[in-house]
Write a protein that binds this ligand. Structure first.
Ligand code: SAH
Length: 457
């Protein structure tokens, strides 16, 4: 990238961070969260069980028919069963829901990710096409905040043709996203061979498309964002035994027919022989094969079409053991109790994701949310918002949201940012061979914002 463009981005990013937006505080940022061990929950009635009881029946008949099922199959059914899955219901992020996430807590979160995306688009040489692809967009707040930044930085994006692609398994949530991002300018796509199940247009006329899976998203230069998506993907659980690694399965308790319990498979399963590393030192491991496949798809796309992926989640570097847990109305919830009524989640193993990404892409991070947001200039942005805001309760809310996102004891160190980049993004330009006159040093690649401090020119 030429120095002029680099300076331009820095100036523009600085302008973005230091000027007030038309709506300095997104109206929907009413704070209704409360700290919980790893997800942050809004107040919903603890006894508000509005899940059809048939999820338990569905699982017990499945187990009776086929025998105990892998934890991954249990999690997939409970979360994304097309009829009864937890995510198919639309209230987990709403006022009646179970938890709230960073993009819902503060608009600044999505705004800084918007700046990051533009910075990576510039780092890639400003391709003519920019696909923003979000995996698991929830209520669509993150995408909406990113798009607001895009329109503020229209002059930087120039003539690039921008489109938004949402990978969402929940029809109910896709309707909520459509409402938030397009108002009433979206409709169901009904052609049978069309991988898009809904399409629409934002206020600014940007096309938005919805897909059931990543594979359906068209190829082309893309920046992928996944916030609290990988933690919702099914995990396999494995236990070290005297006879070697065995998979943990879900079975019916023989003494209580309406109760589920964990059992250890008596013999190796395909998963236990293929998913546990030969040199594994822990006694219990969780592997999200589905997460691994998605990262492989992301890596392949980035290598072939250019672009980047930003994965944001709670997780570890292959060190934790038993992190599978359920959440319901502010509280930790037994993962096997009243399935379908509570969120199920497991920490993301970033080491595993890095291994699955392979050597063809560059991986950065994970760095903590606090580090990433500070490197992206969250403090400057906060100062501007506070300077332009005189209402005491809004100021109080801004400060407490900032604290929630960055405080090491809250989300600041629990959440991590991990990125996949095209290898050329970090490569030093080759010196032309045979040219002895070259005295100037070849330009270093533009640092990747967030992972290193954003310096203003
Ligand atoms: N990113 C949002 C929502 C996180 S909740 C936020 O941070 O606020 C997880 C999201 O992923 C929901 O939108 C859920 O419906 C979606 N989801 C879960 N499993 C999925 C899958 N297998 N494929 C596509 N979307 C999925």
């Amino acid at each position: 990238m030429c120095t002029r463009m680099r300076a331009l981005l820095c100036v523009k990013a600085q302008q973005l961070l230091s000027r007030g937006f038309i709506h300095p505080v997104r109206p929907s940022t009413a704070v209704r969260w409360q700290a919980a061990p790893s997800k942050l929950f809004c107040s919903s009635p603890p006894d508000g069980n509005n899940t059809p009881p048939s999820m338990l029946r569905h699982l017990t008949s499945k187990i009776k028919a086929t025998g105990p099922i892998p934890v991954a199959e249990y999690m997939r059914e409970v979360l994304t069963n097309p009829v009864k899955g937890y995510y198919v219901r639309n209230n987990m992020l709403g006022p009646e829901g179970d938890f709230i996430t960073s993009p819902e807590i503060s608009q600044i979160f999505g705004e800084l990710i918007g700046v990051w995306i533009i910075s990576e688009w510039m780092g890639a040489g400003q391709p003519k096409q920019l696909q923003l692809v979000e995996l698991g967009p929830g209520k669509g707040s993150l995408a909406s905040d990113v798009l607001r930044v895009f329109s503020q930085l229209q002059s930087v994006l120039g003539g690039a043709s921008v489109s938004l692609h949402l990978v969402e398994v929940s029809p109910a949530l896709s309707l909520l996203q459509a409402q938030n991002l397009t108002g009433n300018r979206s409709q169901e796509a009904d052609a049978e061979d069309d991988p898009v199940y809904r399409r629409g247009e934002t206020d600014a006329g940007l096309p938005v498309s919805w897909y059931h899976q990543l594979d359906d998203v068209p190829t082309g230069f893309s920046v992928f964002v996944a916030h609290e998506f990988f933690d919702a993907l099914p995990i396999h659980k494995f236990q070290r035994t005297e006879k070697g690694w065995r998979e943990v399965l879900v079975d019916i308790d023989p003494e209580k027919p309406d109760t589920l319990r964990f059992v250890v498979a008596p013999a190796p399963t395909l998963a236990s022989t293929s998913l546990v590393q030969a040199d594994e030192t822990r006694d219990h491991v969780e592997v999200s094969a589905e997460g691994g496949v998605i990262v492989q798809q992301l890596a392949r796309r980035i290598i072939e079409d250019g672009g980047a992926a930003l994965i944001i989640d709670y997780g570890h570097n292959g060190t934790k053991t038993d992190t599978f847990r359920g959440f319901k109305g502010h509280q930790l919830h037994d993962v096997l109790a009243s399935p379908g009524s509570a969120d199920l989640t497991a920490d993301v193993d970033f080491n595993y994701l890095r291994r699955m990404a392979g050597g063809g892409v560059a991986c950065l991070g994970p760095v903590t949310q606090r580090t990433f947001l500070k490197n992206m200039g969250i403090d400057t942005r906060m100062q501007v918002l506070l300077r332009n805001c005189s209402d005491p309760s809004t100021r109080k809310q801004l400060i407490s949201s900032y604290n929630m996102l960055t405080n090491p004891a809250k989300m600041g160190e629990r959440f991590h940012f991990f990125s996949l980049l095209h290898p050329s993004r970090l490569a030093k330009p080759q010196k032309p061979e045979g040219l002895k006159l070259e005295k100037k040093k070849s330009p270093a690649p533009l640092p990747v914002a967030g992972f290193t401090e954003l310096k203003f020119a």
